[in-house]
Design a binder for this molecule. Sequence first.
Ligand code: HMG
Ligand code: MG
Length: 312
Amino acid sequence: MRLPLPQVEPDPTLPASVEIYEVGPRDGLQNESAVVPADVKSEFVSRLAVAGLATIETTSFVDPRWVPQLADAEELLALLGDEGLGARRPVLVPNERGLDRALAAGVGAVAVFGSATETFARKNLNRSVDESLAMFRPVVERARAEGLWVRGYVSMCFGDPWEGPVPVVQVVDVCRRLMDLGCDQLSLGDTIGVGTTGHVHTLLEALATAGIGPDRVGVHFHDTYGQALSNTMAALRDGVTVVDASTGGLGGCPYAKSATGNLATEDLVWALEGAGVRTGVDLDALVSTSLWMAGHLGRPSPSSVVRALGGG
Ligand code: HMG
Ligand code: MG
């Protein structure tokens, strides 16, 4: 028999509620080679909001030659109007040029995106780690002066496809430096999905020792090795309450070899609601949205829950 919702049996080791930070319109779409029209992206964001996702990363103000899929950031925000603005609609911004564009569009929240490794910093930002942090400094300062909420991503926290294992102290150092710039929140990226639960615990513990508690941290797991949900649960048991996820399990980074989709929002919602953790998300509405987007992209969603509930 098909169950539309999980049977609820509270798990006392998990928090009472979790904020899902939806990255589908940005991380989910940035890797798609066929350009998705701006009006489809706009409807995607609106549907996600209606499904109960309070925080939605809508797009990126990066060099359009680097990510052509998101070259329509201004057009998208114009289509969204008030729905695309405010502290719960962050956009990616790498530099002051991106911040100028984002401010002109009226955004209320931005995310800079650094790397724990030199190789990925160069491939993704054309800068060393030091140079990229220097590039972010005026962005964070100006964004805060304008009253914007600021997130700092750190990619390759659990392994790098070029450099291999990434020492925890190296990750903590970049995290500390981003927080010192003035970020409100960090997002720990497992860009290529190689992390496992003990690694998650070790990193969170090392961050807490460095003065960055789990209340300042979100987790961002790609699911390349099928570890995203178990790693998320491990982080929640260590006190994290913000989880990045992408509706339908879309996602990847064009500049990271072997990066595949993010943790699917539906799989996360199923696991959390079943464990009695409030997410505020209507699973039925979310699954319909995934099936609708899969129709636009021309292939089924990789999410297990979307397949089980939607037959897609
Ligand atoms: P660069 O080539 O070194 O840039 O790229 P530059 O500063 O030398 O500028 C060159 C030209 O680009 C100039 O134009 C600038 O105006 C223009 P020109 O004078 O030659 O005509 N330019 C811009 N135009 C529009 N908007 C801008 C902008 N910046 C420069 N913001 C740069 C450096 C950072 C711009 C480039 O490397 C870039 O855009 N990178 C973005 C890559 C990206 O978006 N990757 C995916 C997101 S990260 C991710 O997915 C990981 C994450 O999900 C976490 C995880 O999974 O780990 C967040
Ligand atoms: Mg990502």
